[in-house]
Write a protein that binds this ligand. Structure first.
Ligand code: PLP
Length: 395
């Protein structure tokens, strides 16, 4: 490596360290769970997207093992050449039934589903209208396509309407939004978005990664929660959160759109098929999730309890009902300080810093799980209170 390049990159890393914003990796020596082992210690885990606690569910592990034995470890091919097994189609059909859509395509991740969605469907004459707070993968997907891209202010329906009016001369329009926004846990106004889309003849795409499995009827996500199933043209989601927490993504929706994506979506065409072990486990995850009203009820109770406790103590918590609970701070370093102090006390609650959130948006993003017991959450609240006082974050 030449000297100049090395010194540029080293300086960037030094600046991150000095500003206290450098992300450190905590290595786990245990499976994903409510308590995890990190550095030889057992800590309460408050930052996994393991909302229903299925990441290590015995039935899912068993299904994964059967998948491994029955269809092998890898397929050594992309889906369109010789990487499609019957189980891939079984899972796609299962997902279409779950979202009440025509068809579904699997991807290696939701990141890939999103980056592969826009380019095959939209050309230079077309327009994407997207929420400022959308996930990075939607933003990257939009960058990769030739359509004009206009951002509307977060959840601002009048801004969206202005952009729809202003772009009426364009050919096709697609509104792209998260169902639940990853860093704040707030929800898109899907019913209003659908009304606007129908009024101004636009399509709608929703990334429902943080709602699939935990919101709506039988966990069908924010489309079900907002009563807009059947009105959304494309939904993307991940298998890497509630649905077993491993890896994998999907795009589901109208047949004509999925048919086109199957022909032209680059991550689908140029990246390997999901391994059968994941596919078999995901089929089981959908079965478990549909029947998991008890876990969803526990998740809601846990979330309410923890949110209410933090708000009562005076932490700056973004309001909402989702198990994502963001705690904001007045100084950027405070999130790291609080996170470190919590870790020493036996709680893993990671600090989130730029570029994952914008400058000034540093936070601790708590994620509650149905696995957490009331006693564990009560104890955690006591630690938050003691540390918050010590660091003079609360009175
Ligand atoms: C809204 C949203 N979309 C997409 C992704 C990416 O999902 P995956 O891990 O399957 O790539 C995430 C994960 O952080 C997310 O929060």
């Amino acid at each position: 490596m030449d000297k100049k390049s090395r010194s540029v990159f080293e300086k960037q890393l030094q600046q991150m360290t000095q500003s206290g914003l450098k992300k450190e990796t905590h290595v786990m020596q245990s499976p994903q769970a409510g308590y995890i082992d990190i550095g030889g210690r057992k800590v309460l885990n408050l930052c996994a997207s393991n909302y229903l606690g299925l990441a290590n569910h015995p039935d899912i592990v068993k299904a994964a093992i059967s998948g491994l034995y029955e269809r092998g470890y890898g397929v050594a091919s992309v889906r369109s050449i010789c990487g499609t097994q019957d189980v891939h189609q079984d899972l796609e059909n299962r997902i279409s039934a779950f979202f009440e859509t025509d068809e579904t395509l699997l991807y290696s991740s939701c990141f890939e589903a999103n980056t592969g969605l826009f380019e095959p469907l939209l050309g230079e004459e077309d327009v994407v209208l997207y929420d400022t707070m959308n996930h990075a993968s939607i933003i990257d997907g939009v960058r990769l396509c030739k359509a004009k891209a206009y951002r509307y202010r977060h959840n601002d329906m009048s801004d969206l309407e202005c952009l729809l009016k202003a772009s009426s001369e364009n050919m096709l329009r697609l509104i792209a939004t998260n169902g639940v926004f990853s860093m704040d846990g707030d929800m898109a106004h899907l019913a209003e978005i659908c009304d606007l889309a129908e009024q101004y003849e636009a399509m709608v795409m929703v990334d429902d990664s943080h709602a699939t499995g935990i919101m709506g009827d039988q966990g069908r996500g924010s489309l079900s929660h907002c009563g807009v199933m059947g009105r959304i043209d494309l939904v993307t989601s991940t298998l890497g959160k509630t649905m077993g927490g491993a890896t994998g993504g999907l795009t589901s929706g109208r047949k004509v759109l999925i048919d086109l994506l199957r022909q032209g979506s680059r991550p689908y065409l140029f990246s390997n098929a999901l391994p059968p072990v994941i596919v078999a486990a995901a089929i089981k995850a959908f079965e478990l999730v549909e029947a998991a009203d008890d876990l969803r009820a526990r998740l809601r109770e846990n979330t309410f309890f923890f949110r209410e406790g933090l708000e009562r103590m005076g932490f700056m918590v973004k309001r909402g009902t989702h198990p994502i609970i963001p705690i904001l701070f007045t100084e950027p370093q405070q999130a790291q300080q609080m996170s470190q102090a919590l870790f020493e006390a036996g709680i893993y609650a990671a600090a989130i810093s730029p570029p994952v959130v914008p400058e000034g948006g540093e936070r601790i993003r708590i994620q509650i799980s149905a696995l957490h017991t009331k006693a564990a959450l009560e104890w955690a609240l006591q630690q938050f209170e003691a540390i918050g006082r010590l660091l003079e974050l609360i009175a």
